[in-house]
Ligand binder design. Structure first.
Ligand code: PMT
Length: 221
């Protein structure tokens, strides 16, 4: 008998990269494949959850029961997350671009006669922090942290700064971890000082993260 313990519970999950256009044919992005967020969405749906997945470009989503909202830029993702934030659990696995081009060109920037091109970048809104500011009383808000060093320390700082209930940190320089691969090794830290290490396929890691979410839900009752 399948586990349907998230029946009646709603989830907003984000996945994938964002694209910040320089001109119509070039953009700034990152190596996120969306696999981590898609597996989280699949796992939450499989366990009976009502799942909305806000997903950056280039991500393949093959979970029929999940409501899929495609977006391109960080500003699009912010808008769609704010519209869909009235849920029990939010998990932010997307790799959101921290900067956008100040004035994207409406036509292709020509290379001829140009040895150097300088781009001015503006800081993007922090979606997790905005969701943290408006968090409902019993809502659970979980972020991810993509780190290259001092995993726990940097992740705890992000959890506190963004008003998150828990954060899932991965060292993206480790083999079999983070961007693009089918596996991950993470540390999940929560506000009550809990620290849990999970590793395996992104599907397995997603279920382990959701097991902790289930415990947090019990505590929030
Ligand atoms: O997609 P995959 O290829 O499967 O790779 C998975 C992953 C490496 C992308 C994933 O495991 C991961 O670490 N996701 C978070 C990546 C990230 O942007 O981390 P960060 O430390 O820069 O941001 C911290 C948190 O703030 C994240 O929850 C992020 O979604 C959020 N954020 C960041 C910037 C911003 N402007 N708005 C945000 O909401």
């Amino acid at each position: 008998c399948p586990d349907r313990s998230f029946s009646g519970r709603s989830f907003l999950i984000t996945a994938g990269p964002t694209w910040e256009f320089i001109d119509p044919v070039r953009f700034i992005s990152n190596p996120s494949s969306g696999k981590m967020g898609v597996e989280l969405a699949r796992a939450a749906w499989y366990r009976g959850g009502d799942v909305t997945l806000v997903c950056g470009p280039g991500v393949s989503v093959d979970v029929p029961g999940v409501r899929f909202i495609p977006v391109i830029s960080a500003e699009d993702m912010l808008l769609r997350c704010m519209e869909n934030r009235d849920v029990d659990v939010i998990i932010k696995a997307a790799a959101v671009g921290d900067y956008r081009v100040a004035t994207p060109s409406s036509s292709k920037i020509k290379r001829e006669g140009r040895e150097r091109l300088t781009l001015e970048l503006f800081s993007n809104p922090d979606i997790a922090a905005r969701l943290g500011e408006e968090k409902g009383e019993s809502q659970i808000l979980i972020g991810f942290a993509a780190e290259t060093n001092n995993l726990d320390e940097n992740a705890v700082k992000k959890m506190n700064a963004k008003g998150l209930d828990a954060i899932v940190a991965n060292d993206v320089t480790e083999e079999g971890c983070g961007f693009g691969v089918d596996t991950n090794r993470v540390v999940m830290l929560d506000r009550s000082g809990g620290r849990f290490e999970f590793s395996g396929s992104k599907e397995d890691v997603s279920h382990m993260i959701l097991d902790r979410v289930a415990v947090m839900m019990e505590g929030a009752k």
